[in-house]
Design a protein around this ligand. Structure first.
Ligand SMILES: [Cu+2]
Length: 146
């Protein structure tokens, strides 16, 4: 599919140094997955409540996100939530479109997240509150070992 897990540079001395080290250990863009990690963007806070598997891995994933809003961090239900994983190094997204279930109390279950490759994935979560037209966005930066 035109994808490569090469980290950059030519094979040779650099690769020798990195032998035995995973691509994720040397990637400086990712943030290790921690249950409850959160990002603020626009008017919302998005908490990465849980992941199955945890940490997220190559293959099929199910995540739970909690969306909060305002200084009082009130749960935001009924929003339109769109989750878009993307591999910027290769210019491709996930296989298929993740499905979002509004579970109430600001929790959203995200199913059918199919991440086809190990490596660095930048996942954008777009939240448009009910009755509003402007989405707020946050991004999670994950590196999948593989
Ligand atoms: Cu890729």
């Amino acid at each position: 599919m035109g994808c490569s897990t090469k980290i950059g540079g030519d094979a040779g001395s650099q690769a020798d140094v990195e032998a035995g080290t995973s691509a994720c250990e040397v990637d400086t863009r990712d943030e290790p997955y921690v249950s409850g990690m959160e990002k603020t963007g626009g008017s919302v806070i998005v908490q990465f409540t849980s992941a199955n598997p945890a940490p997220p891995a190559k293959g099929s994933n199910v995540w739970t996100l909690k969306v909060l809003r305002g200084a009082d961090r009130s749960p935001l239900s009924g929003a339109k939530v769109v989750v878009t994983p993307f591999m910027p190094d290769h210019g491709h997204g996930a296989s298929g479109t993740p499905v979002i279930d509004d579970k109430g109390d600001g929790s959203y279950e995200v199913r059918d997240i199919y991440l086809s490759m190990p490596g660095y994935w930048r996942t954008t979560v777009s939240v448009t509150p009910s009755g509003e037209s402007t989405p707020s966005e946050v991004q999670f930066h994950l590196c999948l070992d593989g």
